[in-house]
Design a protein around this ligand. Sequence first.
Ligand code: ZN
Length: 233
Amino acid sequence: MSTDTQVLLDHNRAWAARMERERPGFFTGLMAQQKPRYMWIGCSDSRVPANEITGLEPGEIFVHRNVGNVVVHSDLNALSTIQFAVEHLKVKHVMVVGHYGCAGVRAALQGLRIGLSDNWLRHISDLKLRHRKRIDYLPSEQQEDTLCEINVIEQVGNVALSTVMQDAWDRGQKVAVHGWVYGLRDGLLKDLQVSMDGPDTVVDIFRAAIKRYPHAQHHADDRVLDTAFDPLA
Ligand code: ZN
């Protein structure tokens, strides 16, 4: 076996032994049942690990990650994970967490060709087009940070409008969706103030969040296209 992977197995044995020594019964306690209060929908980027960033232990956060932290209405993987978290684990909070310096967002912004994932990142490219009035006129480094944030806000909207969340709220279940973005340069999470805890709040909170990003005036002639791309406009 390669030493690259053997070192991980060695670390694992040492970690498991230390946990059991310091907190006897830790693993058998988790075996019975997981009861996380939180679900994390984040980017696959290796620099953004959910548990470490939030100080949570095994059993405390249910995680779904993909390139660019995208939630697509037809993605059975993401939807099944959200459904399990909300309906069976009864999480109280679902956080969509993007991060600055996201290679997926950068590729979508710059139209870079990566390969198969171009098709996945097309969802973020569509957001760049939909919100071009708020993005195109910015300096390039601000464009990337802004698209990272707007992508999170849009994905929060997608989670909130999913049948899973709508059904949960219809049942009266207490569960909220939040949007955060993580800074690689300082390790800090920023709350994008787009938390939604019921079906009546979705449109107003989404609109208010997007309107925090000023847009250039010279795109006023794009009104028809905007309406076509933005049912919440
Ligand atoms: Zn990323």
